[in-house]
Design a binder for this molecule. Structure first.
Ligand code: FAD
Length: 313
């Protein structure tokens, strides 16, 4: 799903180098000498270090780093939205969440290449049409609650969105975004470094255009270093705070960071707001991120029994 961005990065580098007067070390006709570029750039302006470091990392990244794999099985998988499968290919078995709705005939996974990862690199590089996978499952307890009047917020980074894609598709296919004739707000806060690292960005944007109660908030930490991205750039738990209805918070006391984020204006045009007491939260991604999300939404006042998390290790 991601694409090579080396030409874009070269163009950006040329602009930055001109502006900060280190164009002499950026020879765009040849292989980029990143060590010299980094040294020259940071000598001119130390604040350039994260931008140059990130551009380098992205420039050198192996492609593809994000793939979708769809397959058919002899027997129906029979998964519930949010569950995962054990996938065996060659000698390795790993867990992967099902990204497709239970209503679909085929099954889709969304896989990120973990650098030097033993299975994900092979799935990204070697797997081709007609190959066979061994599939076990479904497993997992990240499941949708029964339909109620509560709103829902899905929080994920990268491929942590896979189970949420399944859940969100299922919600709208089954009309679960409505309770007794009232629409429920469905939020998705999806974090990634670069825009093309957002799995299903086009599909979620289309869904948001179609359903006015679906609010898609992509949060991109590095994209502004390359393009004119003007959406959210914070961690997803911080971005969520900007959309909270402060009237719902009563007299609760928050630390300085949370209070600042709560007071910040959203970068998007979404005008709905979140009442933490009337919210179900579903979070998925690497363990450390999921843990901090859980803590943040608990502090905000989301009742513990309404928070559902899954960590990827
Ligand atoms: C319930 C569950 C669902 C999962 N669903 C998905 C999914 O939908 N898509 C997906 O891409 N992955 C998913 N994973 C992660 C997946 O199971 C593998 O861990 C991942 O693909 C790495 O496997 P590997 O063999 O390539 O790396 P390994 O050779 O096993 O590990 C290399 C190192 O990378 C670390 N690592 C593992 N995952 C990540 C990560 N995501 N980011 C950074 N470092 C990591 C490991 O801890 C290890 O230290 C899920 C994990 C669990 C437990």
């Amino acid at each position: 799903m991601d694409h090579p961005r080396t030409d874009e990065i070269r163009r950006k580098l040329r602009q930055v180098a001109k502006k900060h007067e280190f164009a002499d070390v950026v020879d765009l006709r040849d292989r980029l000498d990143w060590d010299s570029i980094f040294e020259a750039a940071t000598r001119r302006n130390r604040m350039l270090a994260p931008q140059i470091g990130s551009l380098r990392e992205r420039y050198e990244r192996t492609h593809p780093a994000l793939v979708r794999i769809a397959f058919e099985t002899d027997e129906p998988i029979g998964h519930a939205a949010g569950q995962y499968l054990s996938i065996r290919y060659g000698k390795r078995t790993r867990a992967y969440s099902v990204a497709s709705s239970p209503n679909r005939d085929d099954t889709e996974l969304c896989i990120r290449r973990v650098p030097d990862g033993r299975l994900s690199t092979r799935l990204c590089e070697e797997l081709s049409v007609g190959d066979q996978l061994t599939v076990r499952g479904p497993n997992g307890h990240l499941l949708l609650e029964d339909v109620s009047k509560r709103d829902m917020a899905f929080l994920a980074t990268g491929t942590g969105v896979a189970p949420m894609k399944s859940m969100i598709d299922y919600i709208f296919e089954q009309g679960r975004d409505e309770y007794r004739g009232e629409k429920r707000d469905v939020w998705l806060f999806l974090g990634a470094a670069w825009k093309d690292d957002l799995p299903y960005h086009a599909a979620f944007s289309e869904l948001a255009a179609k359903h006015e109660n679906f609010h898609y908030v992509p949060c991109l930490s590095r994209e502004p270093w390359l393009t004119e991205w003007n959406g959210e750039t914070e961690y997803i738990q911080d971005a969520l705070l900007k959309y909270v209805d402060e009237r719902a918070l009563e007299d609760a006391a928050f630390g300085r960071h949370m209070a600042t984020m709560l007071a910040n204006s959203p970068a998007t045009t979404v005008d709905a707001r979140i009442d933490p007491h009337e919210l179900e939260v579903y979070a998925c991604g690497i363990n450390a991120m999921v843990y901090s999300l859980e803590t943040a939404v608990q502090r905000l006042g989301v009742p513990e029994q309404q928070i559902h998390c899954e960590g990827y290790g």
